[in-house]
Design a protein around this ligand. Structure first.
Ligand code: IMP
Length: 448
């Protein structure tokens, strides 16, 4: 048995988590601050596993005076004794992953086969994927506003099956050469034709250059590629505990999000199971992460968006600019109708409310507690973006609270109106708020 399961843990107790596996999942449109909670909780688990997405995600972790921006590597890497897993549901850009590993090693952080495992079933993002992503976006009549990291094209190739490459295909030099040669020839034909159809110049991808680059990347990554599903089954059988780290967020889930303005993976907690090969009944804890307000990057409806001075203030105080792309995020009041939907889809058992400090000193706080559609009240979160775009928010206004709150260590330390705000959210969702983030630092959290 492991420390996580035998020794009472004050942190697990404060967060009302039972022994065993847990999933951390964003409940809005991403950027909820999951990295901070994962980083804090990683100390309590034996393995930390990413199950979806790719370098489109960006996790910022602040440790003392150091800021780490991780895109692919699980935040657990900052603890030397944890095993970090990139599951089969993740799409891996080898160049980006090697860049992250090198960056960590340069700062004295261990990242090698002893603490990082990559699924041999994970699909590979190669240079033609970001090109395809951008070409499709730029030539579409209705672009998604993607991160341009090649995520959609890679998952599309996975689903199509004819021109996909998995990490396991890259470990053997002859297989790697054959796969890249074949797929690059295909992509040069299809992407070349598409570019030309839109009147663009097209420089064919050089298969030999991609093979050479991949060879050098695999010199670093090769020893880490393994059957992570079996590895995790053995770990579970041995009583070890896993923290599943969702990238992106539930409203961006390909099936349950605001389609088509979503990403291409199952980023709700449901993806933890297909994305690692771990069955649902083995994960009793689902930690839902939500900001104290709402943000969104890219296109798509956002019923509580604020295009006024309050929205600008939230963006500046909350430093709401994309970790991956630097794009300014759209900001608005917390949307409890959307949150109730995602809380149910992801099955959140507890809730962490992040960036509460950003709302300090606002005279009043609004919570969206209902929608009207074409003027009529509705009781659900619409499936279609055309309906969601026509939705009007119904607000309940609560009194604001004064800052600073960054010294609050427990929820009881928070100003009364901040507590009332959290209680209101918890009551509406029917899920307890167990943590509030009160500042960007690793320890600036109020819990228990
Ligand atoms: P893609 O994942 O690059 O295909 O982008 C699809 C949509 O998901 C775009 O609106 C992106 O801005 C959004 N998106 C993807 N990942 C994240 C994330 O981690 N945070 C916020 N938005 C994201």
């Amino acid at each position: 048995m492991t420390a996580a399961q035998t020794t009472p843990s004050p942190v697990l107790d404060k967060l009302r988590l039972t022994p065993g596996h847990a999933t951390i999942v964003g409940l809005q449109w991403g950027d909820e601050g999951k990295g901070k909670v994962v980083d804090m909780l990683a100390a309590e688990y034996d393995l930390v596993a990413r199950y979806n997405g790719g370098a489109n995600a960006g996790h910022t972790v602040v440790v003392e005076d150091q800021t780490y921006k991780l895109h692919l590597i699980p935040s657990g890497i900052l603890y030397p004794d944890k095993m970090n897993v990139l599951g089969n549901g993740v799409v891996i850009d080898p160049a980006q992953l090697v860049k992250e590993i090198t960056g960590l090693r340069e700062r004295g952080i261990k990242a090698d086969a002893t603490n990082l495992a990559i699924s041999d079933r994970a699909h590979v993002v190669l240079p033609y994927h970001p090109y395809e992503d951008k070409l499709l976006e730029e030539t579409s009549a209705s672009p998604i506003g993607t991160t341009g990291r090649g995520i959609g094209p890679c998952y599309a190739d996975k689903a199509l099956r004819l021109n996909a490459i998995r990490m396991g295909d890259l470990t053997d030099p002859a297989k790697r050469r054959a796969a890249i040669t074949r797929v690059v020839a295909f992509k040069n034909t299809t992407l070349g034709a598409l570019a030309k159809a839109h009147g663009r110049d097209f420089t064919p991808f050089d298969a030999e250059a991609i093979i050479q680059a991949t060879e050098s990347h695999m010199a670093v990554l090769g020893p880490m590629v393994t059957d992570t599903a079996s590895m995790m089954h053995l770990a579970t059988d041995a009583g070890q505990s896993v923290l599943f780290e969702g990238a992106n967020a539930t409203l961006l889930d390909i099936d349950h999000g605001t389609y088509p303005f979503v990403t291409s993976s199952n980023c709700s907690s449901l993806g933890a199971h297909t994305g690692t090969g771990t069955p649902g009944h083995q994960v009793p804890n689902i930690i839902g992460i939500a900001k104290a307000y709402q943000t969104r990057v890219g296109e798509g409806p956002m019923p509580t968006e604020l295009t006024d001075a309050t929205g600008d203030r939230i963006r500046e105080v909350g430093r709401e600019y994309g970790t991956t792309t630097g794009r300014p995020r759209r900001c608005g009041w917390i949307d409890l109708v959307a949150l109730r939907y995602t809380t149910r889809v992801s099955g959140a058992t507890v809730l962490c409310v992040m960036l509460l400090d950003v709302l300090a000193d606002l005279p009043e706080l609004k919570c969206c507690v209902g929608y009207t559609l074409d003027g009529e009240p509705i009781d659900h979160f619409p499936a279609g973006c055309d309906a969601l775009a026509r939705v009007g928010p119904v607000y309940q206004t609560l009194p604001g609270f004064k800052g600073p709150i960054d010294g609050c260590k427990t929820l009881a330390d928070l100003p009364e109106n901040a507590r009332k705000y959290l209680d209101f959210i918890a009551d509406y969702l029917g899920v307890p708020v167990v943590l509030a983030s009160v500042g960007p630092g690793r320890t600036q959290t109020a819990m228990g």
